[in-house]
Design a protein around this ligand. Structure first.
Ligand code: SF4
Ligand code: SF4
Length: 385
């Protein structure tokens, strides 16, 4: 059996053998591909379909792909992230819950199947794993776990990749979540110019690795892999304030404090859709025009949607300022009481995909600076805890 910490090496021209083993073990492979100008996770059957040689350039309100040299030895995992993390694979944007059928005499109710295929997701980043750990806490909690999420989660193999570069909007170092993965993966890759280093993180990962029968990595290869993760960490200039400092945001209770941001925010909800930790949903009945059945569905929702603040006939968040405040305070302050850490893993998606180029980190810093000196908590760069 493969040792959990012994790294092995896989030559670049043998990368397809990992796919062969996954297919032999009946996994559907999900990997990063380029679609509609972005890197997204989709079903793939060979490494040739992956987003090879692709670099994502991200700025507030902007996401563009550029191509590194297109050659045989281009790297597969130069990009940092796209609009999706693992969220849509487990917490689906549209989930059928149950169906009601009507015939001449009665109504019958039919729950939707929770069956799931075995999937292996390749190219998962450290921040995606941290977000997954948070979503697991939410969806698999105690006796009230979500059966659809749980069924797919149990059949998911996670093949993570350490980041060898940081994107312009990444700040996972300041939340303590990257750029190297340290937990929650089944297999972990480091991509080098001459191939990959593989590390096992679970029994499921060991079953895959055992069938590859790879030689151990050399010390020199391991040092190169460590150096590129360290360089990616050093390249990050964006820094979210520490969680104790962020807690001060809850002292900003005047509507005026949130006015500047409300004037820019369109309340479109993009930030919550791309965020790998957001989990709000709503339920709707989709009635078939034949009138013989109706399907109850769960759809992603956002605290930026107007209806989300409606409770018992009253809208508690009618203004955009109150919706933005709800989002930021829940994510950066109150999440800590619910889940033991803040709800941000430093991926930067909400910044790049915001059409108004609103930068969560800058806004948090600007808002904290509004507090009188004597009310500010002084703590250095913190982490997500
Ligand atoms: S912060 Fe940006 S992405 Fe989020 S709701 Fe406002 S305009 Fe949309
Ligand atoms: S709040 Fe923004 S930066 Fe933080 S995890 Fe969500 S999308 Fe990523």
């Amino acid at each position: 059996m493969s040792s959990k910490f012994q790294k092995t090496q896989l030559a670049r021209d043998r990368f397809h053998t990992l796919f062969d083993v996954l297919h032999r073990q009946n996994y559907k492979v999900i990997g990063p591909v380029v679609r509609d100008g972005a890197v997204v996770f989709e079903r793939v059957t060979s490494p040739d379909q992956l987003a090879k040689g692709v670099i994502d350039e991200q700025q507030p309100g902007s996401y563009k792909l550029k191509y590194d040299k297109q050659s045989e030895d281009s790297r597969y995992f130069l990009w940092n992230n796209g609009p999706q993390a693992l969220k849509p694979l487990l917490f689906k944007p549209r989930q059928e819950l149950w169906m009601c059928r009507a015939d001449d005499t009665q109504l019958t109710f039919h729950p939707s199947s929770t069956e799931a295929d075995s999937i292996a997701v390749i190219g998962v980043r450290a921040c995606d794993l941290a977000a997954l750990a948070l979503q697991d806490q939410h969806f698999l909690h105690g006796n009230y776990g979500d059966g659809y999420y749980q069924a797919q989660r149990e059949k998911m193999l996670l093949i993570a990749v350490n980041c060898s570069r940081s994107g312009e909007q990444c700040f996972c170092v300041s939340t303590g979540d990257g750029p190297g993965a340290s937990f929650y993966y089944d297999l972990l890759l480091d991509e080098l110019d001459d191939g990959f280093l593989l590390e096992c993180g679970s029994d499921k990962g060991a079953k895959v690795l055992d069938q590859l029968s790879l030689p151990p990595a050399t010390e020199e290869q391991e040092q190169r892999a460590n150096r590129q993760v360290e360089a990616a960490a050093k390249a990050q200039s964006k820094q979210l304030p520490g969680s104790l400092q962020l807690a001060d945001l809850a002292k900003l209770l005047r509507a005026d404090d949130w006015k500047a941001i409300a004037e820019r925010c369109l309340s479109c909800g993009n930030c919550t859709l791309v965020c790998p930790t957001c989990f709000c949903s709503k339920q709707e009945a989709e009635n078939d025009l034949s009138l013989d059945h109706s399907t109850q569905v769960r759809l992603w929702d956002s605290c930026f949607s107007e209806e989300h603040g409606h409770i018992f006939g009253k809208n508690y968040r009618p203004e955009i300022a109150s919706r933005y405040r709800q989002w930021m305070l829940h994510k950066l302050v109150f999440w800590r009481q619910q889940y033991g850490r803040i709800g941000c893993v430093g991926c930067g998606r909400c910044i790049s995909w915001c059409p108004a180029a609103i930068d969560l980190v800058e806004e948090a810093q600007r808002l904290l600076a509004l507090l009188p000196e004597e009310e500010q908590t002084r703590h250095g760069g913190g982490n997500g805890q």
